[in-house]
Design a protein around this ligand. Structure first.
Ligand code: SAH
Length: 220
């Protein structure tokens, strides 16, 4: 069971990606708990302000430290977090081995940035781990957070129907997955490789091995 607490200025962005299919089943089975916290409700003043101009000038608003600190501290008072993660393009680039490591934890907090990002002092005071999902920039940390929860959630034992199947996914064993086929055996003149219909497990295994590309290749 892993519990994620996600802090977001736009919680609606997180609802749909995590409330269908495998993730929803994981929640229903009690293996995954995802709590989304609306930063706006911790905003200051009449307008529930959560952002402000950047010191030193420059375009773009910054999420102010006060509301973030309040919600983070409130959560930290309730339980101990294994990691407080800030999703950010200048973090360490996410990959399967980070997902594997994080899947062994019980409580993970994720902070989603917005606009230009969050005040540096929140990173200095609270954040234990900074993760980027790739070398490109999105407008908020919500989609990156959903990617984290999905990729970690499917690794929790019992979430996938056939538990062992996650072990053979691409990137997990240093190989990329071989081609896969389902019915019909012939489609628009393209046939399924005969060996896969042979019922010979050893031959099938050898074929799959031969057609699994090494992970290194994708990093060219
Ligand atoms: N000014 C920042 C980008 C801010 S983008 C910079 O130049 O680095 C706004 C927010 O979107 C960030 O705070 C972060 O939470 C999220 N975000 C954008 N791209 C991301 C990425 N590649 N990985 C993880 N989070 C990202």
């Amino acid at each position: 069971m892993i519990r994620f607490d996600i802090i977001s200025a736009i919680p609606d962005l997180l609802t749909s990606p995590l409330s269908h299919s495998i993730m929803q089943r994981a929640v229903d089975k009690g293996l995954l708990d995802v709590q989304v916290h609306d930063l706006r409700s911790y905003g200051l003043g009449r307008y529930k302000q959560i952002d402000d101009y950047q010191y030193g000038g420059g375009a773009g608003m910054v999420l102010t430290p006060g509301p973030l600190d309040t919600i983070i501290s409130e959560l930290k008072n309730q339980r101990t977090y294994d990691e407080v993660i800030y999703m950010t393009p200048d973090g360490v680039t996410y990959n399967q081995s980070i997902a594997n490591r994080l899947s062994l934890h019980g409580n993970i907090m994720i902070i989603c940035g917005h606009y230009k990002g969050i005040d540096q002092r929140i990173r200095d005071i609270h954040v234990t781990c900074e993760i980027s999902i790739g070398d490109y920039v999105l407008s908020g940390g919500e989609l990156p957070a959903a990617i984290l929860v999905d990729s970690i959630g499917r690794l929790i034992p019992g979430v996938l129907n056939n538990e062992s199947s996650a072990l053979f996914d691409s990137h997990q064993d240093g190989l990329l997955a071989p081609p896969i086929y389902t019915r019909p055996a012939e489609f628009k003149g393209h046939v399924v490789p005969e060996v896969l219909l042979s019922g010979n497990d050893a031959l099938i295994e050898a074929w799959r091995e031969k057609h699994s590309k090494s992970t290194q290749k994708s990093e060219e």
